[in-house]
Design a protein around this ligand. Structure first.
Ligand code: AMP
Length: 396
């Protein structure tokens, strides 16, 4: 089976053509500068092709992707009919979606209803879906939501302690994000530990970071909230912050709430604390040179991640497995060691030699550790492709 996985952003669109059973990727790439001019970068194995193609909308971007996939020289299939289904990443499913689903008119209407909750991403995700429907009307489309995995949270985790009317009238609550990644890692970890019933805390640490408390494969709590701004500090996002900080800054500097939130989303996090970069490799280089601000940024990050692990161990009343994933989680042995050093009181003990790895699926805790610690590289595209295949096969 061939599944085309699409992740449409406001001016970009990433794609992968993959086999959901094997995880083999036959081609992948990126359309950039949609609405500006348009550039396609297409990769097949080690071969990379870059083409400037006018993309006045997402529709032309999708057409460019399909054209290159069937191109006699750079393509990997003979006809678009060889694409059995398309899986779309959709940011916000609100309270409408607790699972992935095949796209129909009702689904489109429900995704539109969620636009106020995901104003930057949902319109772009919808454009990706509608562009595919227009160009390949007979091919089933599946929507996979970043929020869906978290819909098993109990009310004590997802409700904010604010007047009920905002929940009842406006759907204001914790939703959580990176759900496709957390779901993939939870599923894969169950295979690795050979159990279905266990308590785990997944640390998705990348440019955006979130943690997820998972019991028997189901999300119990997660650090992001109504939006991806909440939780631990990230590359450029502040993470949790007292709402009065917004009031203070807006009043003192004459900023609008939107401007202040832009600052909290794009100019904060480890970028702000270090004054150097949002990239953990740069922070580690700064730390090695004794840069105090880089050291503070890293220490703040380790501390807040460890604090949430402690909180989630209490929320789950114990933890059997801690997993690290995403750019920093998979590639940062020092980050993992620093975080786990806070957890010795819980009997967490790393095997330093096993932990000295990057991007590999591996058990990194010592044999006598009370909690298993794993590195499990995430694969959101594979999860999207698998969900898509499952739904499309079930509907046959
Ligand atoms: P992601 O958002 O999952 O793509 O993760 C991006 C983050 O991963 C960036 O902050 C990178 O600095 C970090 N990262 C990628 N490779 C490495 C590495 N080898 N060592 C430390 N951090 C890394």
């Amino acid at each position: 089976m061939n599944v085309l996985v699409i992740n449409a952003g406001s001016s970009s669109l990433k794609y992968q053509l993959m086999n959901p059973e094997t995880g083999d990727v036959s081609a992948k790439g990126l359309c950039e500068r949609i609405y500006i001019d348009g550039r396609l970068t297409h990769k097949v194995g080690d071969k990379k092709v870059v083409k400037d193609i006018p993309m006045p909308s997402h529709s032309e971007a999708i057409s460019a992707v399909l054209d290159i996939l069937v191109d006699p020289v750079d393509g990997v299939i003979k006809s678009v009919d060889e694409i059995d289904a398309v899986g779309h990443r959709v940011l916000h499913g609100g309270m409408e979606f607790s699972d992935s689903c095949i796209v129909n008119d009702d689904v489109i209407a429900a995704i539109k209803k969620c636009i106020p909750l995901g104003p930057l991403h949902n319109p772009a995700n919808l454009m990706g879906i509608e562009a595919c429907q227009a160009v390949m009307p007979k091919t089933p489309q599946v929507a996979v939501f970043d929020t869906a995995f978290h819909m098993t949270m109990p009310p004590k985790a997802y409700r904010y302690a604010i007047p009920t009317e905002y929940y009842e009238n406006d759907d204001i609550r914790r939703y959580g994000f990176h759900g496709t990644s957390h779901k993939y890692v939870a599923k894969r970890t169950a295979e690795l530990v050979g159990k279905k019933e266990f308590k785990m805390i997944n640390c998705h640490l990348g440019n955006g970071s979130s943690l997820c408390a998972i019991k028997d494969g189901k999300c119990q709590d997660t650090t992001m909230g109504l939006s991806p701004l909440a939780g631990v500090p990230m590359g450029t996002r502040s993470g949790d912050i007292d709402a009065c900080v917004v009031q203070f800054i807006c009043n003192k500097y004459g900023m609008s709430v939107d401007e202040c939130l832009n600052m909290l989303n794009k100019k904060s996090g480890v970028l702000a604390l270090s004054g150097v970069s949002s990239d953990f490799r740069d922070l580690e280089a700064g730390e090695a040179n004794g840069d105090e601000n880089c050291i503070l940024a890293l220490n703040k990050f380790f501390y807040e991640v460890a604090k949430y692990i402690g909180a989630y161990a209490a929320a789950l009343n114990g933890v059997d497995v801690i997993t690290f994933t995403a750019g920093v989680g998979e590639n940062g042995p020092d980050t993992r060691a620093a975080i786990c050093s806070y957890l010795e009181f819980m009997g967490v003990k790393l095997d330093p030699e096993a932990n000295n790895c990057r991007g590999k699926e591996r058990l990194i805790s010592a044999p006598d550790s009370k909690v298993q610690v794993w590195v499990v590289p995430t694969n959101e595209e594979l999860m999207i492709a698998q969900d898509t295949a499952e739904l499309v096969n079930a509907a046959k």
